[in-house]
Design a protein around this ligand. Structure first.
Ligand code: HEC
Ligand code: HEC
Ligand code: HEC
Ligand code: HEC
Length: 153
């Protein structure tokens, strides 16, 4: 083989060796565990957000009384955070809101609508209560039996 070809082959083999070792050195451990990305990024992304919703079991620890009432009455299928919003880091970040406009809140699920599942109790709000607050007669944690709410002091 002519000398210049030998040199060229050595050069190419040399570059190839450098390239391959660089690839091995710079590729992170979990690359290609699942596909063309770093496998560990899956857990990184999954754990980078704080949970927004906690579920009623979380509330039970501190709001024992509300939990007891709620879990033994007709609204036990409605999770606390449906009405009170996502708990996130509550109570560290502050109180959760107490829904003020119950006509607006309760109507979302109880206004009679054609096609709404029959097992979801429905009323014609205007005939049922007019503009009265629903919580005047229904405790939201125990919607039945009816109560008459005492005026707030
Ligand atoms: C680690 C204890 C803890 C947990 C868990 C917790 N809370 Fe609370 N919550 C508190 C404290 C403390 C307050 C403030 C009470 C106060 O200042 O009157 C509060 C206040 C509230 C209030 C406002 C009450 C008011 O009178 O203004 C609501 C509504 C509420 N929490 C709902 C929830 C719900 C729903 C959950 C579950 C998703 C939950 N909390 C989980 C401790 C907790
Ligand atoms: C997210 C939807 C939703 C919201 C909001 C909601 N409800 Fe309900 N409610 C339901 C469902 C679903 C049921 C039926 C539960 C079951 O039978 O399992 C129900 C049941 C009831 C019942 C019958 C309970 C029983 O024991 O027979 C009453 C009364 C009631 N709700 C009133 C209210 C009032 C008042 C509010 C507002 C404070 C309200 N609901 C907010 C979904 C909702
Ligand atoms: C259907 C909607 C709804 C659901 C579900 C619900 N709440 Fe409430 N919650 C309300 C409303 C409305 C009030 C205000 C009641 C009032 O002023 O009489 C309230 C009041 C509260 C308060 C203030 C103190 C009190 O008792 O009035 C706390 C604390 C609370 N809820 C916690 C919870 C917890 C914990 C759960 C689940 C175990 C839950 N709530 C489920 C609608 C709801
Ligand atoms: C003046 C009192 C009063 C007010 C205010 C009131 N309700 Fe009622 N509600 C009743 C009574 C009484 C019943 C029948 C109770 C029973 O059968 O145990 C009832 C029953 C219901 C039922 C069950 C219907 C069924 O077919 O099982 C739902 C759902 C309901 N109310 C939702 C609401 C909603 C939503 C509001 C607010 C927009 C509201 N109520 C306001 C007194 C009231």
């Amino acid at each position: 083989m002519p000398k210049h070809i030998v040199r060229l082959v050595i050069l190419i083999v040399g570059l190839l060796a450098v390239g391959l070792s660089a690839k091995a050195y710079f590729t992170v451990d979990t690359f290609y565990d699942y596909g063309h990305y770093r496998g560990a990024s899956v857990t990184d992304i999954a754990t980078s957000h704080e949970p927004r919703y906690r579920g009623p079991g979380y509330c039970q620890m501190c709001h024992i009384q509300q939990y007891e009432v709620w879990s033994s009455h007709g609204h036990k299928t409605n999770k606390c955070e449906v009405c009170h919003g996502p708990a996130g880091q509550h109570p560290v970040t502050g109180k959760l809101p107490i829904p003020q406009d119950t006509v607006k809140l309760c109507t979302q699920c109880h206004q009679k609508i054609t096609g709404r599942p029959a097992k979801q109790p429905q009323i014609v709000v205007a005939e049922h209560a007019g503009t009265m607050a629903c919580i005047y007669c229904h405790d939201p944690h125990q919607p039945r039996p009816i109560r008459i709410k005492e005026a707030k002091q």
